[in-house]
Write a protein that binds this ligand. Structure first.
Ligand code: ATP
Length: 236
């Protein structure tokens, strides 16, 4: 579905942040990218959603080369990006934030069904539909950001550190919901996370990104059992 081949990208052409990164995501797969602060996880998402242009390498989605496709066109292909730090619109209501996600045609066509589903996964969003998003707790804002992404009817949803700044019990709730959403919709998930155990536990495949390079990859269970991961990330 999404194929990233030998991607090199950065904020200026002379200083790449990601070097020769290759990642592949099949339809319905759950892929995790883990790594420390500053490894380049957010940069990877910016390249996929098109706000950064690769200096070399190729990005394709469902067989189509999207390396130079306008960022604003990418959600229309079925790629949703739930950004780091949620970035909900604080002075818009919960419902208006969800509507902002439903810009692609598929999202508009399926709006009523999507809204009902989003409210079933996250009933608190229904209860607070008329409330300004800025007044929600961090966990509720994260649910809203995920809901906004789902409102576009994506085939692939990319989540940038959804657990960031959340109490462990709320982060666990968010991970459980992601699994439920994936079961219900069969959509592909690309997750970047610093919470390595949670991210790898359920992943079909995981990648470890360190200083802009993939240093390890494998299925989730294999990575969880890898001595390097256990020592560096799981404190064992
Ligand atoms: P974190 O978990 O802290 O968000 P990350 O793995 O997502 O880390 P990135 O945010 O992708 O890492 O940052 C990777 C590198 O790119 C870092 O060295 C960072 O300083 C640099 N960087 C990030 N944003 C910019 C920017 N706007 N301009 C220049 N360099 C940047």
């Amino acid at each position: 579905m999404l194929k990233i081949e030998n991607l090199t990208v950065g904020y200026s052409a002379s200083v790449p942040v990601l070097h020769d990164v290759s990642i592949s995501i099949g339809a319905g797969q759950f892929i995790s990218v883990v790594g420390p602060n500053g490894a380049g996880k957010t940069t990877l998402f910016k390249a996929i959603s098109g706000t950064l242009t690769p200096s070399s390498g190729r990005l394709s989605f469902e067989g189509e080369d999207i390396s130079s496709l306008e960022p604003s066109r990418r959600p229309h292909l079925g790629i949703a990006h739930v950004p780091e730090g949620r970035q909900v619109f604080p002075s818009m209501t919960v419902l208006e934030n969800l509507e902002m996600g439903a810009v692609p045609k598929a999202g508009r066509d399926e709006w009523a069904t999507n809204l009902e589903r989003i409210y079933t996964w996250f009933p608190v969003l229904k209860e607070r539909a008329g409330q300004y998003a800025g007044t929600l707790s961090g966990g509720q804002q994260q649910m809203l950001a995920i809901g906004r992404g789902l409102a576009s009817s994506p085939k692939l949803i990319m989540l940038d550190e959804p657990s960031m700044g959340l109490a462990p019990s709320i982060a666990d709730f968010v991970f459980e919901k992601l699994m439920e959403i994936r079961r219900d919709l069969g959509l592909a998930i690309l997750l970047v996370e610093q919470r390595v155990a949670e991210a790898l536990q359920f992943a079909d495949r995981g990648y470890v990104l360190e200083t802009g390079r993939i240093v390890l990859e494998g299925d989730g269970d294999t990575l969880m059992a890898d001595d390097r991961i256990r020592q560096a990330y799981l404190g064992m």
